[in-house]
Design a binder for this molecule. Structure first.
Ligand code: PGA
Length: 251
């Protein structure tokens, strides 16, 4: 049986339309579709349409927004709606990335509204959860992750949970070069999976993120609990990203 494997590139504030197109011209030929494997790109807004156009012949590759507002339209300078993202070719959106929570003050309540808006728009929500170092050291990892999970899914019916992917990203591991051991990550994934199953999810998919790189992706993906990876820094170069995806897909 083919395991599901999801490789998601979070480009954060990197790559405009021209470098995004150049990236995909190199990456796509190097990475033919493989059974059970799904690839996602989360570019900044302006290149979203360019990425969607570049990948349009590939059903295994999807584009998502890094963030959306929960309102359908209105006076929200600097924000984009689910419909705008959809019109640009997005099939999903990240919700509650730790940089949104911690650098932009996004609340648990806002993540719940955003997940609802994303699902109402017919897109996939990739809900990110994760504890800070302080919270981990205080033994609060599971409580924080479960609180963020429940808040993000507060307005979601059991029948809609197959439209939600969850990414566990310990805040202290993002962009720091430190990452959770595969066993630590798998333990949190197990807790999240049990919670998702209790909420009625038939086949929860949980990605790990935080300093994933070519050196650790294989070991992480070898954990049965880890269905995929959400990668920032190591997804920015097309050759290195192709190597990382290939390594994480093997075995
Ligand atoms: P990183 O970022 O891979 O650069 O640690 C991951 C993320 O923030 O999604």
């Amino acid at each position: 049986m083919n395991r599901r494997r999801i490789f998601a590139a979070n480009w954060k504030m990197h790559h405009g339309p021209s470098s995004a197109r150049a990236f995909l011209e190199r990456f796509l030929p190097a990475m033919p579709a493989a059974p059970g494997r799904a690839l996602w790109f989360f570019p900044p807004c302006p290149p979203m349409e360019a990425v969607a156009m570049s990948v349009r012949s590939r059903t295994d590759v999807s584009v998502g927004a890094q963030n959306v507002h929960w309102e359908p339209k209105g006076a929200f300078t600097g924000e984009i709606s689910v419909d705008i993202a959809k019109d640009a070719g997005a099939r999903g959106a990240l919700v509650g990335h730790s940089e949104r929570r911690h650098a932009f003050g996004e609340s648990d309540e806002a993540t719940g509204l955003k997940v609802r808006a994303v699902l109402d728009g017919g897109l996939v929500a990739m809900l990110c959860v994760g504890e800070t170092l302080e919270q981990r050291e205080a033994g609060e990892t599971e409580a924080i992750c479960l609180r963020q999970l429940r808040a993000g899914l507060a307005k979601v019916a059991a029948s809609e949970l197959d439209q939600v992917l969850v990414a566990y990203e310990p805040v202290w591991a993002i962009g720091t070069g430190r990452n959770a051991t595969p066993e630590d990550a798998a333990a949190v994934h197990g807790t999240l999976r049990a919670a998702l199953t209790r909420l009625g999810a038939a086949a929860p998919a949980i990605l790990y993120g935080g300093s994933v790189n070519l050196g650790n992706v294989r070991e992480l993906m070898a954990q049965g609990e880890i269905d995929g990876v959400l990668v920032g820094g190591a997804s920015l170069d097309p050759v290195k990203w192709a190597e990382l995806v290939a390594s994480g897909s093997a075995g």
